[in-house]
Ligand binder design. Sequence first.
Ligand code: DX5
Ligand code: ZN
Length: 216
Amino acid sequence: MKSIVAPSILASDFANLQREITMINESEADWIHIDIMDGVFVPNLSMGVPVVEAVKRHAKKPMDVHLMIVNPERYVEAFHKAGASTISVHVEACPHLHRNVQQIRQLGIQAGVALNPHTRIDALENVIAEIDLVCVMSVNPGFGGQKFIEQTYQKVRDLKKLITTTGSKALIEIDGGVNLDNAKPLLEAGADVLVAGNFVFSSVDPKGVIRKLKAI
Ligand code: DX5
Ligand code: ZN
């Protein structure tokens, strides 16, 4: 099973960000996952546009930007200019989700939609044909290093069915608590993209961990 592996730099050493990006460049990772938090939609702050611009200066892999913010339409253009290849917005933060998706696609980049653990996949029915990625949160967003929520497997199976029956091209991304125990069953359930933060960056051999995730 060939999965896309996206290390989440939220768990990286921010004081040595260039070194961490170089590690990702040299690894078998496919994307760089970047978590943007506003302290409103989620109870935490992370990084903003200048950090994404700085990562872009060194990154040789596409940047997958996960917006955990309210009113994402105010920042989509700035993250696009900063070099994002994919921008995901949260269903729960977007009363005008269809418009948000269109805004991202009109910039010529990939549009993703993220779902909190409690959000039913039905919420996607009317946009699934127009999105490139569904980010299934397998922890409650806001922090790295949390325990994987087991109901995610069933959610991924149901989502895969929705994608197949609607002919959507959307990839399924899993975000939160991913490790070598759950990666294989997640891929078997239909996942395409594995985001991994702490599992990669707290290892003494991050490139080796990425290689193992890719080898599943
Ligand atoms: C959580 C973030 C995740 C996080 C994953 O709000 O969206 O991307 O960085 O980190 P781990 O893999 O440590 O759960
Ligand atoms: Zn994320």
